[in-house]
Write a new protein. Structure first.
Lengths: 140, 382
């Protein structure tokens, strides 16, 4: 008996649905505090800057810098076996110092990626209506 | 300074064999380590009234292990949520229970069975919470989290693969003198460089050796410790630091780790410094964990760890002996509790052909990334 290998399934909640909705519409949307404007990712139930519970969301620039990255060469989960090697990265967004997200760097030879590379968001169809924000080298 | 902890001591140690696949339950292994730790200090289950462990989800709980070895009145037990980061808290929790009169004799243990392997993920992953922003991109396991730390360090400080390799080579050489270690065949830097990538910039020899096994230590008051068969090993001080809750990538400076916060607290509480340490059991889920924490504890400056190891300063005859047992990299991954076993063995002078001559102090760190702690053991109180 074989079991179909499934992609990891994101489970959105009230705090995160704006992110996934935005991604499906081609926009990088982050949680933003209505009281002080602080952006935070992943979303939290309270603003860590001003402790307000009045939280909303906002589209951000989608531009950033590769803070660091790695190249998995082993499938730590079977779904990634046919995707090796790929670039797993932390991108720091231009919109706020220290605003980081986990993502993939695409449209480039993994060996050519460097820390400090300028990148911009693009969206890849994932599973069941989900789109993943990934980054590619920024247009000059 | 606050040296209250030094009124507690480790008096007994026990462990199982460390093997790739034991075929044993976690309860059986934990019970064996607890039994042997008691035998080591001449106590019986009737003397024990406290048990603590961390990371117990899917593993043997304190009350199960206590019951298994016949402890009749478990007056204090604590199951601590967390992994390698929380080993220090677990041990100091036991010491604090003793010092506050909640228990007289506490066993702290960790057990890992074949069902627990942190370097793999299986089945359909329902990515809730922060995981929904990580798992779809493939961010799931520790080699990914901490290889990204290493990459950032390489970018900022010019550290190299050869520097990470120097740590792996040194620790494997230490393990070659340790019959309990699972990886005992010495490796060269060429072997390291030729080993396969796991997650670039980590190669095979950058990663810990996951095994089945258990370690238990017995903690009681310094007063009671005087009557035990072995010389007491005192808990001279400890410090923890856990912040940037959530994922390791949120840490603001990925060239450092928890030790950036832990080290100054530990030195301030004890009045000790790097030059006072004889043995350093550095938590080493990966080579880079040693690199970052070693810098944070002030043994050398940023970017100097590779040269430090290559110059022989981290081994016998050098400044401090780092992981004389081979560490998690080569002795095996008992989630850092085996570092406590080794520290006690060294401070008793019972480490046989890998004994650090005249060892009086041992630093034991635990954790990686933003989360972790450290304590110092000593042969005498400060």
């Amino acid at each position: 008996m074989t079991t179909e290998i499934q992609a990891p399934v994101p489970i959105p909640n009230a705090l995160t649905e704006a992110f996934w909705q935005g991604a499906a519409e081609g926009q990088l949307v982050m949680q933003r505090c209505n009281a002080c404007g602080h952006l935070q990712h992943p979303p939290e139930p309270i603003c860590s800057a001003c402790l307000s519970f009045d939280l909303g969301s906002a589209a951000v620039s989608g531009k950033g810098t590769v803070y660091t990255y790695c190249i998995p060469t082993q499938a730590f989960h079977p779904w990634f076996a046919d995707k090796l090697p790929f670039v797993l990265a932390v991108v720091e967004l231009d919109d706020q110092p220290g605003l980081k997200m986990i993502t993939n760097i695409v449209d480039i030879d993994p060996e050519a990626v460097k820390v400090g590379d300028r990148v911009e968001v693009t969206f890849q169809p994932f599973s069941e209506g989900f789109f993943l924000p990934v980054f590619r080298p920024a247009a000059q | 300074m606050n040296r209250m902890l030094q009124n507690a001591a480790v008096v007994g140690i026990g462990r199982t064999k460390y093997v790739r696949k034991s075929g044993r339950t976690t309860l059986a292994m934990a019970a064996e380590a607890a039994r042997d730790a008691l035998a080591d200090c001449g106590l019986t289950p009737a003397d024990v009234d406290g048990f603590t462990c961390f990371g117990t989800s899917g593993s043997a709980t304190p009350s199960q292990v206590a019951h298994a070895i016949g402890v009749e009145d478990l007056g204090w037990s604590l199951s601590v949520s967390g992994g390698g980061n929380i080993v220090t808290s677990t041990v100091t929790g036991a010491a604090t229970a003793v010092l506050s009169g909640q228990a007289d004799v506490v066993i702290a243990y960790r057990v890992l069975g074949s069902d627990t392997r942190y370097g793999r993920a299986f089945g359909t992953i329902h990515a809730e919470g922060e995981g929904q922003f990580a798992a779809p991109h493939g961010y799931m396991v520790p080699p990914q989290w901490f290889s990204m730390y290493a990459r950032r360090h390489q970018h900022e400080y010019g550290s190299t693969s050869e520097d990470l390799g120097a740590i792996a080579v040194q620790q494997r050489l230490h393990a070659s003198a340790n019959p309990h270690a699972i990886g005992r065949d010495p490796i060269t830097i060429d072997d390291y460089m030729a080993s396969r990538w796991i997650c670039d910039p980590f190669r095979l020899f950058d990663c810990t050796y996951e095994v089945d096994g258990a370690v238990a230590i017995v903690i009681t008051s310094a007063e009671r410790a005087k009557d035990m068969p072995h010389a007491p090993v005192y808990v001279l001080g400890a410090a923890d630091a856990n912040r940037f809750g959530g994922s390791p990538y949120q840490w603001d400076d990925m060239t450092t780790m928890f030790s950036r916060d832990t080290a100054p607290k530990l030195w301030a509480r004890t009045g000790l410094g790097p030059a006072d340490i004889d043995v350093a059991c550095m938590y080493d889920c990966f080579t880079f964990t040693v690199m970052a924490t070693f810098e944070d504890f002030g043994f050398c400056d940023k970017g100097e760890v590779g040269d430090y190891f290559r110059a022989g300063r981290a081994t016998y005859g050098g400044d401090v002996v780092v992981n004389p047992h081979g560490g998690l990299l080569s002795e095996g991954y008992i989630h850092g509790m085996n570092h406590h076993y080794e520290a006690v063995l060294q401070l008793r002078g019972d480490a046989e052909n890998r004994q650090v001559q005249g060892a009086q102090t041992a630093l034991v760190t635990s954790g990686a990334g933003p989360f972790g702690g450290a304590l110092i053991y000593g042969t005498s109180q400060l």
